[in-house]
Design a protein. Structure first.
Length: 259
């Protein structure tokens, strides 16, 4: 580990051990950030995405959102991205893009800690199953349409170890695409568990709006933040959720505006 990387690691660990970290949820019992408020309208494709977050005992961007699409409802942190984007792809083409998990390798994001863009995803590839982590080809639209739980592995800039994730197409209204992504393995950093298995979930909805425009809505929920500064978790996950939309829509968002 070079000196720059070591300094970055020390800053990250300092943030993770900051006061006001996890424990908020324990004090609050089985509180949840899920509510029943409907999602906002999709912004026009030439307008910035609407990014909102809800942190237990902290930042709150309005009424608690409906968590439909997520498998559970007990979350300490929620991040929602609502946006519109133009695409020449139809639903099958978009499914093929979603199944191309290897294309996530090298995806950048804005680091609030470093105040610059860094590579977020170091490695990403489809796997047969979490137990073996054996690489396989990216998933086709037909494989996603089967509704089976499919798997891929990723490592990011904070943790070198590969973590298995699941990807599943959910039942939805005709023309819409609804997906759920979960971490199948623990997320750890320098030997410390940040998020337990299956406690980080994303529900993603893609809705055709006509004229080659799609509505995009994602909701990320984290059940228990583990060790760490809660606000640092919020900003980091907010940035990651925006980076995923940017990758999908082919744009670059000024994330600092959502601090």
């Amino acid at each position: 580990m070079d000196s720059a990387t070591r300094r970055q690691a020390l800053r990250w660990m300092a943030a993770l051990s900051a006061p006001g970290a996890a424990g908020t949820a324990a004090a609050a019992g089985a509180a949840t950030q899920c509510g029943s408020a409907p999602g906002p309208a999709y912004p026009a494709p030439d307008r910035p995405a609407l990014v909102q977050s809800w942190l237990l005992g902290g930042h709150q961007d309005g009424p608690l959102p409906d968590c439909s699409g997520l498998r559970t409802r007990e979350f300490e942190l929620l991040v929602r991205v609502t946006a519109g984007f133009a695409s020449a792809l139809d639903a099958t083409g978009l499914l093929g893009r979603i199944g191309a998990v290897s294309a996530l390798k090298g995806m950048p994001y804005w680091s609030f800690s470093d105040k610059r863009r860094l590579t977020l995803i170091r490695e990403s590839f489809a796997i047969d199953k979490p137990a073996s982590m054996a690489p396989r080809a990216d998933y086709s639209a037909a494989e996603l349409r089967s509704g089976a739980e499919l798997y891929f592995a990723q490592s990011d800039n904070r943790a070198a170890a590969l973590v298995p994730y699941s990807l599943q197409l959910l039942p939805s209204a005709p023309g819409r695409l609804a997906l759920r992504v979960e971490n199948v393995g623990e997320l750890r950093y320098m030997g410390v568990r940040l998020v337990a298995a299956r406690e980080m979930q994303w529900a993603v909805l893609l809705e055709p709006l006509g004229g080659g425009v799609w509505g995009y809505r994602s909701l990320q929920g984290i059940g228990h933040l583990g060790i760490g500064g809660a606000e640092q978790h919020r900003l980091s996950n907010l940035s990651r959720c925006v980076a995923m939309f940017d990758h999908f829509a082919g744009r670059q968002t000024d994330v600092e505006a959502y601090r």
